[in-house]
Design a binder for this molecule. Structure first.
Ligand code: UT7
Length: 324
């Protein structure tokens, strides 16, 4: 019989040891701790060691999630990694994690949807597990965005950090992942982007550096509108009232964006999981890391109704309603 739902069996995270504080940034660029804290809510972020890659971070988060689920790697039969900062063009980070876990044969792939990468990945894995196409899916969001940030550009370098978060999904007859909602609008491609890749390479005459470029204030406005609309859509699709969500686990991009989304849901800020003060914006890693923090410190309990959401370059955005 088909299981109907997937549910989260375990969560994990990994943050690199090196920390870059606002005070460190004051020494590097024309900024202040006061500006960064008041405009973003960020105080420090973690940066991968020179020899650490996205797959290193992803593997450590995955091992924690497996431990929490009480599973050996052999149980995993589906791997998907949301990342915009893969180690190599190919093999994808999913394959690299698969090899490190010592397992073979199951599908393993990456999803490139910027900060929404984990929500996109979760949505796909959920459909496989809920329909019997996989038994135990490893879903990871992992980034080393520091590798594509210009540490002379104060508009971006104060924001981003590195990290990885992971969940293991298992089949369930009871509600787990209830609904996922994915959106994108490529017309906003010029507001937040990295100008080069494989097919489009930097030419000698190109003036833009090979870094993340962001028109922050314009991104901010679309992010708020899009997230308000996706949370409305998620509640409506499930016939839920605003008060039915126990925990909001938002993408950690900007405290002011998070506060506006919480307001839309009528949620007090003590029901919102915040990690951005200590982690900055870790793109696809931020939602699974925040979920893991709240599960491990006992805030998110089994049976709680949790709303995950994210917004990022593309633009892409999305939500997942979860009965933890
Ligand atoms: O995760 C993917 C999605 N990304 C986001 O959601 C990011 C959304 N955007 C934001 O979080 C905010 O727009 C920022 C935090 C990036 C910027 O905050 P803002 O309040 O929108 O500032 P702004 O870009 O309008 O800039 C205001 C002023 C400007 O100076 P003038 O023109 O008013 O003189 C900037 O040059 O702040 C200046 N500024 C800075 N000052 C000190 C910009 N960056 C800095 C800085 N330190 N790091």
């Amino acid at each position: 019989m088909k299981p109907m739902y997937s549910r989260i069996a375990g969560t994990g995270r990994y943050l690199p040891e090196r920390v870059l504080t606002n005070q460190d940034l004051e020494q590097m660029i024309d900024t202040t701790d006061e500006w960064i804290r008041s405009r973003t809510g960020i105080e420090r972020r973690h940066i991968a060691a020179d020899d650490q890659t996205t797959a290193d971070l992803a593997e450590l988060a995955a091992r924690q999630a497996l431990d929490a689920a009480g599973l050996e790697p052999e149980a995993i039969d589906f791997i998907v990694v949301g990342t915009t900062s893969p180690d190599t063009v190919f093999p994808n980070v999913g394959c690299l994690v698969q090899e490190r876990l010592g397992i073979r044969g199951c599908p393993a792939f990456g999803i490139e949807a910027a900060c929404s990468g984990f929500i996109y990945a979760l949505s796909i894995a959920d459909r496989f597990v809920a329909t019997g196409g996989a038994q135990h899916a490893l879903v990871i969001g992992a980034e080393t965005l520091s590798r594509m940030v210009d540490y002379k550009d104060r508009a971006t370098c104060v924001i981003f950090g590195d990290g990885a978060g992971a969940v293991v999904l298992e089949p369930s007859a009871e509600q787990g992942i209830i609904s996922c909602h994915l959106r994108a609008d490529g017309h906003y491609k010029d507001l937040l982007y990295h100008p080069y890749g494989v097919s489009k390479q930097r030419k000698p005459e190109d003036t833009e550096g090979p870094y993340i470029h962001m028109r922050g204030n314009e991104v901010f406005k679309v992010a708020v509108r899009s997230l308000e609309s996706i949370v409305d859509e998620t509640l409506a699709a499930n016939d839920l009232e605003k008060g039915s969500i126990d925990w909001l686990i938002p993408h950690q991009a900007n405290l002011r964006i998070i506060q506006l989304t919480a307001k839309r849901l009528g949620m007090p800020m003590d029901k919102v999981v915040l990690t951005l003060k200590d982690q900055g914006n870790t793109s696809a890693a931020s939602v699974p890391m925040a979920l893991d923090v709240a599960v491990r410190d006992g805030r998110v309990q089994r049976g709680d109704m949790v709303l995950l959401e994210a917004f990022g370059g593309g633009f892409t955005w999305g939500s997942a309603l979860v009965r933890y």
